[in-house]
Design a protein around this ligand. Sequence first.
Ligand SMILES: NC(=O)c1ccc[n+]([C@@H]2O[C@H](COP(=O)([O-])OP(=O)(O)OC[C@H]3O[C@@H](n4cnc5c(N)ncnc54)[C@H](O)[C@@H]3O)[C@@H](O)[C@H]2O)c1
Length: 369
Amino acid sequence: MIGVGILGCGGIARAHADAYARFPERCRVVAAADVFPDRAESFARQIGPDVAASGRPEEVLARADVDLVSVCAPPFAHAPLTVAALRAGKHVLVEKPMATGVDECDAMIEAAASSGRMLSVVHQNRFSPEMTRLKALCASGALGPLDLVCVQCLWWRGPEYYRLWWRGTWDKEGGGALLNHAIHFVDLMVWLAGMPTEARAMVATRAHAVEVEDLAAAVLRFPGGAVGQFTGTVDAHLNEDRLELCGRRAAVAVPWKVRACVDTGNGFGRPDAAVAAEVEAAAAAVPVPALRGHAAEIDRLLAALEAGGPPPVSGEDGRRAVEVVAAVYAAAASGAPCPLPLARDHPFYAADGLRAGMRRLLRGAAAQG
Ligand SMILES: NC(=O)c1ccc[n+]([C@@H]2O[C@H](COP(=O)([O-])OP(=O)(O)OC[C@H]3O[C@@H](n4cnc5c(N)ncnc54)[C@H](O)[C@@H]3O)[C@@H](O)[C@H]2O)c1
């Protein structure tokens, strides 16, 4: 039986508690902490009669019956809480974004390596049926070599959303629409298409009275030459998202659509029903998780802890998404392409440098109107 502690008892903590509750023979939440003790109290009462509540995360980390800690605090607290938990001998599942800078991700990965504990990051959308199928199609080469990756994360959030004390700030949220919202798609894009080698970008704060960006648009280059086009915003009344992978042989979009073209003889295309049907059949044959979201990822994490295998989403995976975000910010700030991997001495490698650079960029843009 794996004992679980939850650090941070706000909105997403409930998704963790509900997911752990799906596996009562394998794990049990035994303690929860929040810097606001009343929040920890009411959360603990809601999720179970015997859950201990504390206003001090270190009390949860000191408990011998806690093996695994879910870090559900805001982004600025992810690295310190994760490092403290790993050093206390606990395994960690940390919410996205893994951290607010690549340097913080490095410290978390280092703490996992030196403690011998497991570090995993929440990127639960990898486990949807569509993404599971798309990943298998990419791995099998069914789409042919990738030419274009398009992501449109066109979400909408209103002013009320940013009234929460930590949101919308460089110090606490660590970033805006790209780091906190579209990061789900940054992770999916990198997982499906590989780590980009170069980013060019523009970011802006348009529709919200916050210091972080509410809109980011990037163009990326992938190994093998594929080009990516990535937009992430919380300003879009469309409030929908779309990911498209265009391979040389066929294209797939999520929400799910498969298309292939064949030359009509005069250079134009008509649907190639045979190739599309073949790709659809290959996708349909892929086993998909019975569970969704956090439960699907936590099911795999528990299995990895029980059997000693790798985590479903590793610290390195979480770091890759943060590194792409940092490179997109760096490209936007400099107006020049930013090569990936991000150089260790690049000012945006560290969370402090990233924040300083982005404040300068967006304050400058605001001053110009
Ligand atoms: N995976 C997803 O789909 C998803 C969805 C929503 C939020 N999130 C992520 O979850 C995290 C939390 O978001 P939320 O919406 O639950 O925020 P929230 O403000 O509702 O909850 C966070 C809680 O953490 C507490 N906290 C702050 N600092 C702490 C510390 N040092 N130690 C312990 N507790 C502390 C706060 O008091 C608050 O109660 C963020 O990183 C966010 O990006 C992920």
